[in-house]
Design a protein around this ligand. Structure first.
Ligand code: 9GP
Length: 837
């Protein structure tokens, strides 16, 4: 294409193509220009929001230049790309990240000062892009950062929800959900009205033989919805690579269908169609580790998969290659089972549209896809009812049945007469109604399946996917332990710590090679270094204390031990264990004399996290935390010895304040339930210690940082099943110290006790599925050990530094390289001047 453009045109283009600002003066010029022209504001009405917008547009312009070049470079290089399909991308704020990744935050800070603003105030104007629920969505965001930073040719594909995860408010101790409309002004996205895909729903399948005797399958009628692309640049750190995140937005197809309604005067129904279509990308389902089987959710999934697949195929076809080469050019990773329909869609395209034979098409499909499993919780494993799919996607249901038949025939050949095995691995569950097991479809349609931490990857092989190990052998299953990007979770969230580390390591190279952190170990006995380390933690705690005061009205002592549990509220994550522990601590403190109480290490227990709006038990936990806080925080006898805080509306930008300020964070899921967890990594990387169970990535964190640097407690995953069994059939009694906690709740100390009855009954009467009582004793004792250890600050800081020094393994750069090597088979695309940015 390029060679067909005459030299004089290219010359003119080169001469005038924008370069983006580099200096402070150029930056100021760009900001003022955008405020005056793009936003039509002036010096006299430029508030912080306008300054944020102007600054973002200036940075966006800069990114766009590199973004265009990256896309051209990747197109010309014509090498294999990775497409990451995720229904959630929890990106958080973009401006600070862009400033740091292009290395011009200092320039922006000075420039903004000239213009009368503080960079921190401007950054905090930005609304979080909250297109995700929790760990799964944030992992996708970390992966995008690593893919760009490592120069991999990569695209993210997702949905552009008009409403991200709801905003949480607490009223009278209860969670209230407020819609999060975040798109008022979003300078980080580019609508691509020229990039659209018409996606079909409903209708019927016509199979016939054409004039040439060929079997034709045609999916007819139904309704069309148009997907429009919105692109967001994803800048790499310290490299000019800027990758693309493409999010699809839905609207009614502008085809004849609608016009005919308008022409015949059916305005209302035409508008209703429009609204129905727009509903598809309207709202993010607010469930974490929970699937509810709603038709709209299935519509979202197909809409996004179909649009993405058509985009990928269109791009591939432009290269003029043959279909055999598709898997050499395209790798598609399925983030959980949500995009599993992409497997069926590619098979449909290859068979129905491109006319390939089944085996050849299926070979291409399975070589293309990889599937990451993120949970073993039964309530989170997706199943869709056959009648629902039949109605919405009739052709896909046929293909699913064919895929299943083709697969079961293979199994039958290898394991003749094993009827049980066949029914166990069948993609179709023979229930009423019949259900499609999406995880099984994802396994059958992919060449690799991975879990997200060692324990989790072992568990999927021995429990939920055991039969597939029998069928395929163990090599199809692998592990890629999760990671986090140190750019956002150290450099951006904790700039002073990052700076201190850089001063010891001679620069910021550790942000690109996190294993360099181990060079901190020799400084463990350096008094000045330790002092500065502790001072930074203290300053971060002061900042959090200010935030707590501002948002809750409660004053906390920054010298107290800050004990943090922030994550989605879920019974398996066991915030109830934490709050029961807090109540027990309160009981103990009340039993002490004033003198004795003074000797106790003061503590602030900080909670944060959203409950799915329909998850009543999780909401009850939030309610209890708030009610306990009200009592304890207002008990004059207790004073600073204990405070209990619930931080409203936990999200990525709040995490950036909370994580650097923790002394201890809690990762206390029932063993075997948390696939990985990633906030554990963020806390340790910021010098916080951890109390945790032997679950998910806690195990590998322990292996890396050493057992002496983490507070482990509780039962092991291999004992969980027996314990549960014992609850029902053995001589089971609730832990006597926990019983005291229940008695206090039941006394009405924290308000109407009936509000918490179900929480207690889950443990005392309904089998204590999450083993709260079994782990309570060792949890409490471990908390006591933490109090003791915290008194010796010298030892505490040593543990903190040692842990950070050993966290190199948990960078998402390592994960992405593992995925690239073992699953995607892709290479980075060399960039001429790495440091150009
Ligand atoms: O619950 C897991 C969490 O442990 C993990 O860290 C995260 C990223 O791998 O995925 C979560 N899973 C889900 O949200 C649903 O599968």
């Amino acid at each position: 294409v390029e060679s067909s453009i005459p030299e004089h045109m290219r010359e003119a283009w080169r001469k005038y193509s924008p370069q983006g600002f580099k200096t402070k003066d150029e930056f100021e010029g760009e900001v003022v220009r955008h405020i005056e022209t793009t936003l039509a504001r002036s010096l006299f009405n430029c508030d912080e929001l306008a300054a944020y917008s102007g600054t973002s547009l200036a940075f966006r312009d800069r990114l766009i230049i590199d973004w265009n070049k990256t896309q051209q470079r990747q197109t010309f290089a014509d090498q294999k790309r990775i497409y990451y399909l995720s229904l959630e991308f929890l990106m958080g704020r973009a401006l600070d990240n862009a400033m740091l990744n292009v290395g011009l935050k200092g320039v922006a800070k000075e420039g903004l000062e000239d213009l009368g603003f503080r960079v921190e105030d401007i950054i905090s104007q930005e609304h979080d892009a909250a297109l995700g629920n929790g760990g799964l969505g944030r992992l996708a965001a970390c992966f995008l950062d690593s893919l760009a930073s490592l120069n991999y040719p990569a695209w993210g594909y997702g949905l552009r929800y008009r409403y991200g995860i709801f905003k949480q408010e607490i009223e009278n101790g209860y969670q209230v959900e407020i819609p999060d409309y975040w798109l008022d002004f979003n300078p980080w996205e580019f609508p691509r009205h020229d990039v659209t895909v018409d996606v079909q729903f409903y209708g019927w399948v016509n199979k016939y033989t054409d004039d040439e005797g060929k079997q034709v399958v045609s999916w007819q009628d139904g309704e069309l919805v148009t997907a429009t692309a919105y692109d967001a640049p994803v800048p790499g750190y310290g490299t000019p690579t800027v990758n693309n995140l493409r999010l699809w937005s839905s609207k009614a197809s502008s085809g004849e269908f609608d016009f005919s309604k308008f022409n015949s005067g059916e305005y209302e129904s035409a508008v209703a169609d429009q609204q129905r279509a727009e509903t598809i990308s309207a709202v993010l389902y607010p469930n974490d580790n929970l699937e509810r089987g709603k038709e709209l959710r299935l519509k979202q999934q197909y809409f996004w998969c179909a649009a993405s697949l058509h985009d990928i195929v269109r791009r591939f076809k432009k290269t003029g290659r043959t279909w055999d080469e598709f898997p050499d050019q395209v790798a598609i990773q399925l983030n959980d089972t949500h995009p599993t329909l992409a497997i069926v869609e590619l098979q449909r395209i290859l068979i129905d549209k491109e006319g390939l034979e089944w085996p050849k098409a299926w070979d291409i499909v399975t070589k293309t896809f990889g599937y990451t499993n993120h949970t073993v919780l039964p309530e989170a494993l997706e199943k869709w009812s056959v009648p629902l799919i039949q109605n919405l996607l009739p052709r896909h249901l046929q293909l699913i049945y064919e895929i299943n038949l083709y697969f079961l025939q293979q199994v039958e050949r290898r394991f003749p007469k094993d009827r049980d095995l066949l029914s166990r691995v069948s993609i179709i569950e023979e229930s009423t109604p019949k259900m499609v097991r999406m995880a099984y479809l994802a396994i059958v349609g992919s060449h690799k399946v991975n879990g997200v931490a060692e324990l989790h990857s072992d568990l999927i092989k021995t429990t939920i996917f055991k039969d597939f190990v029998t069928v395929y052998g163990p090599d199809k299953f692998t592990n890629v332990t999760n990671g986090i990007t140190p750019r956002r979770w150290l450099h951006q969230a904790n700039p002073r710590l990052s700076e201190l580390i850089a001063s010891k390591l001679g620069g910021y190279d550790f942000l690109k090679d996190l294993t360099l952190l181990n060079k901190l170990e020799p400084f463990i006995d350096d008094k000045d270094f330790k002092k500065e380390w502790a001072e930074i933690k203290y300053a971060n705690k002061v900042r959090l204390a200010q935030h707590i005061l501002k948002t809750t009205g409660v004053s906390v002592n920054p010298k107290a031990l800050f004990d943090v549990q922030v994550k989605r509220i879920h019974e398996y994550k066991r915030q109830q264990l934490n709050i029961f522990g807090v109540i027990h601590r309160y009981i103990t403190l009340k039993g002490l004399s004033a003198e004795e109480r003074k000797k106790v290490a003061p503590r602030v227990s900080i909670f944060g996290g959203k409950a799915a709006p329909g998850y009543w038990m999780a909401k009850t936990i939030i309610h209890l935390i708030n009610k306990v806080g009200e009592v304890i925080n207002n008990d004059p006898e207790i004073g600073d010895a204990l405070k209990v805080i619930f931080l409203e509306d936990y999200n990525v930008s709040k995490a950036e304040i909370i994580v650097p300020a923790s002394d201890i964070s809690e990762h206390i899921s029932t063993a075997g339930t948390e696939a990985s967890g990633t906030s554990n990594m963020k806390f340790v990387l910021n010098g916080g210690l951890v109390i945790g169970t032997l679950d998910g990535a806690n195990i590998e964190i322990t292996r890396e940082i050493g057992e002496q640097n983490i507070f482990l407690f509780g039962n092991l995953s291999e004992d969980v099943e027996d314990l549960r069994h014992h609850h029902f059939y053995g001589n089971y009694q609730v832990d006597s110290e926990l019983q005291k906690v229940f008695d206090l709740i039941k006394s009405g100390k924290f308000g109407d006790e009936s509000a918490f009855g179900a929480l207690i009954a889950a443990i005392t009467e309904h089998g204590d599925y999450y083993l709260v009582s079994d782990d309570f004793d060792s949890y409490r004792k471990t908390q006591d050990l933490i109090d003791e250890t915290f008194k010796n600050q010298e030892e505490w800081v040593t543990k903190s530094i040692t842990s950070v020094a050993r966290m190199g393994f948990f960078t998402s750069d390592r994960c992405i390289n593992e995925y690239a090597d073992t699953i995607w088979n892709i290479e980075p695309l060399a960039v001429a001047d790495e440091k150009e940015a």
